[in-house]
Design a binder for this molecule. Structure first.
Ligand code: SF4
Length: 494
């Protein structure tokens, strides 16, 4: 669905003397190493869910005489694992934008380092993606990053630990240039692939003011001003360009920010709702979110400002009870969400939850396929458990079954059609229906279902639905499009 941005960023970071990189996105087609030659460099980016496949590819590439370099969140957390299991010659930890050139030079000079500590680079050094290498007809959404890092500290999320809590925001000119490149190619739907598009809330400003911390207040105010500058610049792009982003729920208390989003044509946002009860929010260190009826009201504010919300919920929290599942559907539907995803709690490496879980598991020597449970990503996919910690009142099977039922009910034709009222024309409603069904099928295929026949069916449906959906997202290329002139500032103050 979405362009894998990092592959194209690293392509841009590859000096011309090394030639054009061959880009492989295995969600489209499996890697084929038939043309690989000794001395070629194979860079493999992994996250926890695809680490095992990445290691398999690394070993294959090394056998053919290539230099193998790993990067990505998982390799940053477990560099030695990539060496031991993935045939790595070198591992990049942190941002690859700048260090990639050095890695390539070292491969050419046969002086590859065991580990490259690339760390967190400043926003001015973020490389733009090389979109001219992108196959035009394979993706629905393009992706551009405007900020890395998130000041929050949710217990299930590794972003604030890997990308840091200090948001690093790109200047609006660099973002606009990339967006113009994408619109020239015929992409009009773009995901702003940020950790958190709303890094400064009113509450943060009030807190800094109450503490008399003038320096912090100035920093936050400047950061907020930059967000408004970016949104102002987005509003100067062709009006058919539509953006989707990820924000925290606090943005609903900020009508000025929501108004700027509307002007910028940011029409959709993923909001991490996680839980519908105060206790559930405490479980995940997210008590800045609203719960109960306040939550319903808060989420409706987005819709009132023209921002359609994809709400994300987590099931399997210690405070969840059987009735939580039905209560969640009710909140999701009454909050006028356009889409929702219901994921099961999983301890991801790099998170607070994982650290706690790993410690609790010290006495537990259970293994699956010879792999300890605390290294579950190395267990073959079809044998991996779905739930990792015993729940106080529900079995793992019950949580899976109830989660599946929530997906089935929320994406039933009747409820989708009710939600389709968020768009006006019949054509748009039909598109909404198609996309809702696609979304549901894709998720059923990514770890929720325990029934392999159902998973296979979902995969077939998702492939079938993706074709017409892709056509709905395509636009005529605009090769002559110019970068819009800088727009007059709004004179915005926080
Ligand atoms: S879940 Fe969202 S708000 Fe929480 S730390 Fe991660 S990126 Fe930030």
């Amino acid at each position: 669905m979405i362009t894998p941005r990092w592959l194209y960023v690293l392509a841009a970071a590859t000096p011309a003397r090394f030639g054009d990189p061959v880009i492989v996105d295995e969600t489209l087609a499996l890697a084929d190493f038939a043309t690989l030659e000794p001395g070629d460099v194979v860079g493999i980016g992994i996250h926890t869910a695809n680490a095992l496949r990445g290691y398999e590819l690394g070993r294959q590439a090394r056998e053919r005489g290539a230099w193998v370099i790993f990067g990505g969140i998982h390799a940053t957390l477990y560099p030695e694992e990539a060496h031991q299991l993935g045939g790595a010659h070198g591992v990049v930890r942190g941002d690859g934008d700048v260090v990639w050139q050095t890695v390539l030079d070292d491969c050419a000079g046969r002086t590859v380092k065991h580990v490259y500590e690339a760390g967190r680079i400043e926003a001015e050094a973020f490389a733009p993606a090389r979109w001219n290498l992108l196959p035009r007809d394979r993706y629905m959404w393009a992706s551009v990053q405007t900020v890395r890092g998130c000041p929050k500290h949710c217990s299930f999320c590794s972003v604030w630990r890997t990308d840091g809590q200090r948001p690093r925001q790109r200047g609006s000119d660099a973002v606009i240039r990339e967006l113009v490149d994408l619109r020239r190619l015929g992409f009009r739907f773009v995901l702003l692939a940020d950790d958190n598009f709303y890094p400064v809330s009113h509450r943060d400003l009030e807190l800094a003011a109450a503490q008399g911390n003038q320096q912090r207040l100035q920093q936050l105010t400047a950061m907020r001003q930059e967000r408004f500058e970016l949104m102002n610049a987005l509003s100067g792009l062709p009006p058919d360009m539509v953006f989707f982003t990820q924000i925290t729920m606090e943005a609903a208390e900020d009508p000025e920010f929501l108004a700027a989003m509307r002007k910028a044509n940011i029409k959709g946002a993923l909001v991490g709702i996680e839980a519908v009860t105060p206790q559930g929010l405490k479980d995940v260190y997210k008590d800045f979110n609203a719960a109960g009826e306040d939550l319903v009201e808060r989420l409706r504010v987005f819709r009132a400002h023209g921002v359609h919300v994809l709400g994300s919920f987590i099931f399997g929290l210690p405070s969840d009870r059987p009735e939580t599942f039905e209560a969640t559907i009710s909140v999701a539907q009454r909050s006028e969400l356009a889409f929702a995803q219901f994921v099961m709690l999983q301890p991801f490496p790099g998170t607070v939850d994982f650290g706690r879980w790993e410690k609790n598991m010290q006495e537990d020597d259970r293994q699956i396929a010879g792999v300890p449970l605390t290294r579950y990503w190395l267990i073959p996919g079809n044998q991996r458990p779905k739930i990792y910690s015993p729940h106080p009142v529900m079995s793992a099977e019950e949580i899976c079954r109830r989660t599946q039922l929530v997906w089935d009910k929320f994406y039933s034709l009747k409820l989708i059609w009710q939600r389709a009222g968020c768009v006006k024309s019949w054509k748009a409603r039909a598109a909404f229906l198609l996309i809702s069904k696609l979304y549901r099928q894709m998720y059923a295929n990514t770890g929720i279902s325990t029934d392999s026949a159902r998973v296979a069916r979902s995969a077939r449906w998702a492939r079938w639905l993706a074709r017409p959906c892709r056509r709905l997202f395509a636009a005529a290329p605009m090769p002559q499009l110019e970068v819009p002139p800088a727009r007059v500032e709004l004179g915005h103050i926080a």
